[in-house]
Design a protein around this ligand. Sequence first.
Ligand code: F6R
Length: 247
Amino acid sequence: MRIYQAKDYNEMSRKAANIISAQVIMKPDAVLGLATGSSPLGTYRQLIDWYRKGDLDFSEVHTVNLDEYKGLSPSNPQSYYYFMQENLLGHINVKPENTNIPNGLETDEALECSRYNDIIKKLGGIDIQLLGIGNNAHIGFNEPGDAFEKGTHCVRLTENTIQANSRFFSSMDEVPRYAYSMGIQNIMEARYILLIASGAAKAQALYNALFGPITPAVPASILQLHPNVFVVADTDALSLIKEKGLL
Ligand code: F6R
């Protein structure tokens, strides 16, 4: 595992975008595993900028996203499909048919999970998987639990998450209760992992994930077993690790 220190969110984003760019330049038909959330926004902005300047070409790239809310259509502004169009995919020359995200409208969970696992397999696996980390060290929608979930699965969102998400919806009834998420095995099979973290709110999770015991209670701790992990984090996110003299 390599930890790259950045002074702030912008520097973290630029370094992460550099790593993804290197992957795309070295392997123009790379399979990029992508994430949503606030962490990758700056990385995506930087990639779009380099694409516009002519430095990057995504025409042969394939993408697979980590997760999607169950029950939300792609046109719903809260869907991860919508997020990806708005913040990356709609601004670069990736072919729409080469982009993949779990289908939130599929009600047959077993069918959707096996379809998504098959997509990843048929693409020959993920070259580099971009990950954010939750305050509780979740990755994708793999929440702390008693066991690591293997493949793509349907997750019941925690009450906390449902409450937190309710601010984006006009009524409680509209707030998704479930999500489809890649499992830990899908993530661990990626050839490279790029974990990004910014802000003091991530400091404890990052310390637990990188230096604590490997346990499903800290889902990101499994990354310690992956042979090729790049962590790009800013000073605030690394504060606890530094305080303990581990960096
Ligand atoms: C997003 C995802 C989540 C986020 C995590 C961090 O697709 O799967 O695991 O990466 O919740 O979210 P932010 O970046 O908003 O702090």
